[in-house]
Design a protein around this ligand. Structure first.
Ligand code: PLP
Length: 356
């Protein structure tokens, strides 16, 4: 791990309490009669988001795909905000493996334009397909910089979907960040979706795993797709034990990550106001626009790495910084100082195109 790793909250290591729980976990074979620790995690997960049942899967990507396959059938259309993680980062699993196709809906800060969603149904585009459509939302929204979907927006999307006979899936990989930011329990968010998946492997610090939650009948069907995808693990109670600790004790501390992200954004804003508006930071993701430096994002990543700060580029003009349990105010200060040095070096040199 680089000294200051702000690439993602997935870099978080299991806590001591998690390691202890993993060591002591009661185990079984989750591909056969079941693993008791996995069962406990699934029951806890379902309760947290107010659903009847849950299924433990190796990743958020597989949980989303498993949900899409369970909800739909070949030829079905999936409607998503156009920058959704499912579209951008899940390697077209829905099309290649599911025979599904997606309709990107324009949006703002990850919230799809409800008029455009309504139009997709009204125009008959979405309803004439081979199987009922599915609408997906994402909160917090990754590419929208950790933006939280407003609950009234979620209710409106769910209403439109239901009026048109479509089900709703929520990619809630970071639903607990959204819950903490909104000051509500996660079930108040998940109520606007038939199914929700979330990750314990991100800021909640467990090493592995995501939970897909929904009705008991849905989860029974999803279990078959999990096996088809190769996601039925065996003594997975070892890692599920850490997931239980994550859900029981790691949610409230997400407030610290959000405060540190805000601090980071304020530091960047002081270097140059064009970098980021601190008011836009809702959770633990900070997107900085470095186009004013005249230097490409990829070069920034290299220069910051040389300064001991790991980050990731998004397109040519944006960097993404994600705060998490291993990042405190001291690391924030060092990261801001490193960004300041790179910014000052860039401004002393002749301008290049951001693509350069
Ligand atoms: C919004 C969102 N959904 C799904 C995923 C996929 O999770 P995983 O990396 O566990 O496959 C991520 C990962 O960053 C994400 O940000």
């Amino acid at each position: 791990m680089a000294p200051i790793d702000l690439r993602s909250d997935t870099v978080t290591r299991p806590t001591e309490a998690m390691q202890e729980a993993m060591h002591r976990a009661e185990l079984g074979d989750d591909g056969r009669e079941g693993d008791p620790t996995v069962r406990r995690l699934e029951a806890l997960a379902a309760a947290k988001v107010g659903k009847q049942a849950a299924l433990y899967l190796p990743s958020g990507t597989m949980a989303n795909l498993c949900s899409l396959l369970t909800h739909t059938g070949r030829g079905a259309e999936v409607l998503l905000e156009r920058t959704a993680h499912i579209i951008s980062y899940e390697n077209s699993g829905l099309s290649l493996l599911g025979g599904l196709f997606y309709r990107p809906i324009p949006g703002t800060r990850g919230a799809m334009d409800v008029t455009a969603l309504e139009f997709a149904f009204e125009s008959g585009l979405a309803s004439k397909q081979l199987a009922p459509a599915l609408v997906c939302m994402e909160t917090t929204h990754n590419t929208a910089g950790g933006a939280v979907l407003p609950l009234d927006h979620m209710a409106a999307v769910a209403r439109i979907a239901r009026q048109n006979g479509a089900k709703v899936h929520l990619d809630g990989a970071r639903i607990f960040n959204a819950a903490v930011a909104l000051d509500v329990s996660a079930d108040k968010i998940a109520v606007h979706a038939d199914t929700v998946c979330f990750c314990v492997s991100k800021a909640l610090s467990a090493p592995v795993g995501s939970l897909l939650c929904g009705s008991s009948a849905f989860i029974e069907r999803a279990r078959h797709f999990r096996r088809m995808l190769g996601g039925a693990m065996r003594q997975s109670g070892i890692v599920a034990a850490a997931g239980i600790v994550a859900l029981e004790s790691m949610v409230e501390r997400l407030r610290d990550d959000h405060a540190n992200a805000r601090l980071l954004a304020e530091g960047f804003h002081q270097i140059d106001a064009s970098l980021v508006d601190p008011e836009s930071i809702e959770t633990n993701i900070v997107r900085a626009d470095i186009s004013g430096s005249g230097r490409a994002a990829r070069r920034w990543v290299e220069e910051l790495a040389a300064e001991g700060v790991a980050t990731s580029d998004y397109g040519r003009t944006q960097l993404r910084f994600v705060t998490h349990r291993h990042i405190g105010p001291a690391e924030v200060e060092q990261a801001v100082a490193a960004v300041r040095r790179v910014w000052e070096r860039a401004s002393m040199q002749p301008r290049q195109r951001a693509a350069g």
